[in-house]
Design a binder for this molecule. Structure first.
Ligand SMILES: Cc1cc2nc3c(=O)[nH]c(=O)nc-3n(C[C@H](O)[C@H](O)[C@H](O)COP(=O)(O)OP(=O)(O)OC[C@H]3O[C@@H](n4cnc5c(N)ncnc54)[C@H](O)[C@@H]3O)c2cc1C
Length: 409
């Protein structure tokens, strides 16, 4: 058992799970450094976890039935059609996911961290100084601490990743994601126009919007969580990757807002136009879509988990799953190794290919659904099935790969 000091940089989804993993693997001391001073639970909107990945992560002790969730069973593709308020359904595919409110999921993961683990809020790691038998963290205010292992769970602009030899940087995908959440009671009528377990995809030339219900804030009620993908009208209007965490409405340039409005007006069926228009401005934000994949998940005494290591485009439905799987595998590697070097090498070998596969899938799904979107209106059910098969084949699995690398049925 490796009983030294372990630091976790970042206390979001990956950081909470990695801290639990390191503590359960037997580390002598585990400390989480989280830059944000307040709780994270009031930020974020919704995410989805594939049912089979959920089962594996429940068995691994990261997820449980107590966190509020909504069952989703199918995903439909809808296009605007004359005379139809809700639009015409092109077809539907199975969609076996659980949806979560990001804040509730994070709170549950935070609550699982044992009290022996330190969680320092409002503490940014400014620099990571790797050495042959550990790494020193330079914290805001000048404090320095040495650790036997540093786990980088600090998201897409990771300071831990920046200290590795091949520090990868995020690459802009060429289009944007608008996100919003509308409380169920604000949904336009008629009631029942949209089935409770259905993820609806409003498809239009050059993009789509996926909408599914998520538990409301604090687990009360439900909200319609939507994500709208399209390229800006002019490539010069792209956002910077520095804005990848999302811009609030007050900071979104009017050129982008106007384009969003134009697409909704021109291509959405009336029911779905209202869903977007009724969403309160303060419950929306926009972010550039980008991807990132490191050549190595572990180097020396540094390991990367979650978005610090790999960011797949959101179409894969696997951002949180991948982070929790990273923590699960890290726990096994730490518990089963005779040395830190052995643990880091085993983790790197297991997770680097998994990260690469999901990023590749995200690129293919982004191309199929946004950058080279088909003529949706001309499709029928068999054409939709064939298109999706082609879009999703070639490595990586929609909803996340099985934890032990096996294919899902
Ligand atoms: C507040 C918040 C809300 C989110 N909401 C959603 C959502 O609604 N839907 C969705 O699909 N995804 C959301 N995400 C992204 C999602 O959590 C990730 O894509 C995925 O789950 C992997 O999480 P992660 O922990 O690797 O990265 P992140 O969730 O990005 O967490 C990285 C953490 O590291 C901290 N950090 C960064 N740099 C430093 C530093 N130098 N020192 C100390 N701490 C540092 C950040 O403050 C952050 O808490 C959200 C992320 C955050 C932080």
């Amino acid at each position: 058992m490796l009983t030294g000091r372990v630091a976790v940089v970042g206390g979001s989804i990956a950081g909470c799970a990695a801290a639990l993993a390191a503590a359960r693997a037997g580390a002598g001391e585990v400390v989480v450094f989280e830059r944000a001073a307040g709780g994270l639970a009031d930020r974020g909107i919704g995410l989805a976890v594939h049912e089979q990945r959920y089962a594996e992560l429940e068995a691994a002790g990261h997820l449980g039935p107590a966190v509020p969730w909504v069952r989703l069973t199918s995903r439909s593709w809808i296009v605007r059609a004359a005379g139809s308020r809700a639009g015409r359904r092109v077809g539907a595919l199975p969609f076996g996911f659980r949806s979560y409110n990001w804040g509730s999921l994070w709170s549950a993961l935070r609550a699982r961290i044992p009290s022996s683990v330190g969680y320092e809020r409002g503490t940014a790691v400014e620099r990571v100084l790797p050495g042959p038998d550990g790494a020193v963290l330079r914290l805001a205010g000048g404090r320095e601490e040495r650790f036997d292992l540093v786990i980088g769970a600090d998201g897409y602009r990771s300071a831990v990743r920046a200290a590795t030899r091949d520090a990868a940087v995020p690459g802009y995908a060429g289009y944007l994601a608008w996100r919003g959440a509308l409380p169920e009671e604000e949904l336009p009528g008629p009631a029942g126009a949209w089935a409770r377990e259905e993820a609806a995809t409003v498809a239009f030339p050059g993009g789509h919007m996926i909408v599914y219900r998520i538990p409301g804030p604090g687990g009360t009620g439900t909200s319609a969580n939507w994500v709208f993908y399209t390229a800006p009208a002019d490539p010069a209007h792209a956002l910077s990757v520095d804005d990848a965490a999302g811009l609030p409405p007050s900071r979104v340039p009017e050129t982008l807002t106007a384009h969003h409005r134009t697409v909704v007006d021109a291509h959405f069926p009336p029911y779905w136009q209202e869903v977007v228009r009724r969403t309160p401005k303060d419950a929306t934000y926009v972010q550039p879509v980008y991807d990132l994949c490191v050549p190595r998940y572990g180097e020396g005494r540094l390991v990367l988990v979650g978005d610090a290591a790999a960011v797949a485009r959101p179409h894969c439905g696997s951002g949180a799953v991948k982070a929790l799987q990273d923590a699960t595998v890290l726990e096994r590697c730490l518990a089963g190794a005779g040395s830190w070097a052995e643990a880091v090498a085993a983790y790197d070998a297991a997770r680097t290919p998994a990260g690469r596969a999901v990023v590749g899938l995200g690129r293919r799904l982004g191309r199929a659904q946004v950058q080279a979107a088909p003529a949706w209106a001309a499709m029928d059910q068999p054409a939709l099935e064939a298109w999706w098969r082609r879009a999703s084949e070639g490595g990586g699995t929609f909803g996340g790969q099985a934890l032990d690398g096996g294919r899902r049925d």
